[in-house]
Design a protein around this ligand. Structure first.
Ligand code: G3P
Ligand code: CA
Length: 244
C-alpha cells in the first residue's frame, strides 16, 4: 500500500459535512472520492465492535452513558445524526461489520482502537478481520501500543499503525517502543515534520498524518510526500490533488 499521490482518508467519514462515524458520513466520503476511511471503535457490553469516537454516547447521540455499559440493541436505539443537523436525523451507531459491508473491497480502512482494549477488543477485531477478509486493507492504529502489540500476537498478519502527538524527535524509532512489527506512523498535524517523514519512509514505514483540514496544511503534507492524509474534508483534498 504505497501511494505515488497521497491517499485521501476520510476522518470518521466525511465528518466535516456529516455526523462523524455514521453510515451517512462514510457514504459521503465515498461520493467525494476518498480512498480510505479512518474510524474509531469500542466494544459494547455484549461484545460487538461499534463505531463511535468517545467513551460515552453523550456528545454524538441523543442518549447518555458509557458505550461499554450498553448492549448493541440499546446503542442502536440512539440517534447519532440529529446532534449534527436535522438532515441526518435517524443515523445510527454502526457496527464495524456494517462499515466493512458498505466499503469497496480495495478501500483502505484505518480502524483506531479506542475502548475495550484488554477486555476482548483485540480478539474480536482479529476474528472480524479474518471473517471479513480485510487483513490486507485494514490498518489498526492506537495510542495504546500494548494493545496493538497484543493484537499483533493474536493475528500476526494485521497491519499496525502507531498514533502519536508527542513533542519528541526521532519518531521513526517508535516501532522499537511498540515492540512489534509496525506498518505505519500516524503523527498529529502539529508533529508532522519533513525530516521525520523522509526517515520513516526510507525505513519502509508509511506515514498518515491527522487531522489535516486547511488548504495550506494539506499542501504542506502533500509536499512532504506522505502516503495518505487523514482529513474531515476528503472532497477538498481531492480537489487540490486533481489541480496538481
Ligand atoms: O487517527 C487519527 C485521529 O483520529 C486520532 O485522534 O481523537 O480524532 O481519534 P482522534
Ligand atoms: Ca480516530
Amino acid at each position: 500500500m504505497n501511494h505515488a499521490i497521497p491517499l485521501v482518508i476520510a476522518h470518521r467519514g466525511a465528518s466535516g459535512e456529516a455526523p462523524e462515524n455514521t453510515i451517512g458520513a462514510f457514504r459521503l466520503g465515498l461520493e467525494q472520492g476518498c480512498g480510505g476511511f479512518e474510524l474509531d471503535v469500542h466494544l459494547s457490553k455484549d461484545g460487538e465492535i461499534v463505531v463511535i469516537h468517545d467513551f460515552t454516547v453523550d456528545r454524538t447521540t441523543d442518549g447518555q452513558g458509557a458505550v461499554k455499559d450498553m448492549l448493541l440493541s440499546e446503542l442502536r436505539e440512539l440517534d447519532a445524526g440529529k446532534w449534527f443537523s436535522d438532515a441526518f436525523s435517524g443515523e445510527r451507531i454502526p457496527t464495524l461489520k456494517e462499515v466493512f459491508e458498505l466499503s469497496p473491497p480495495e478501500l483502505m480502512i484505518n480502524v483506531e482502537m479506542k475502548g475495550g482494549i484488554g477486555s476482548g477488543l483485540e480478539e474480536a477485531l482479529a476474528e472480524l478481520l479474518r471473517q471479513s477478509n480485510r487483513l490486507d486493507t485494514v490498518i489498526v492504529s492506537s495510542f495504546d501500543y500494548k494493545g496493538l502489540a497484543n493484537l499483533k500476537r493474536i493475528e500476526s498478519s494485521v497491519k499496525i499503525g502507531l498514533l502519536y502527538d508527542l513533542r519528541m524527535a526521532y519518531h521513526w524509532k517508535l516501532p522499537a517502543v511498540a515492540g512489534c512489527e509496525v506498518y505505519s506512523l500516524h503523527p498529529g498535524l502539529r508533529r508532522l515534520d519533513a525530516e521525520d517523514v523522509k526517515a520513516a519512509i526510507e525505513q519502509g514505514l508509511s506515514v498518515f498524518p491527522w487531522t489535516v483540514n486547511e488548504e495550506e496544511k494539506l499542501l504542506q503534507a502533500i509536499s512532504y510526500g506522505v502516503n495518505g492524509i487523514i482529513t474531515d474534508y476528503p472532497g477538498r483534498l481531492r480537489t487540490i490533488l486533481k489541480s496538481k
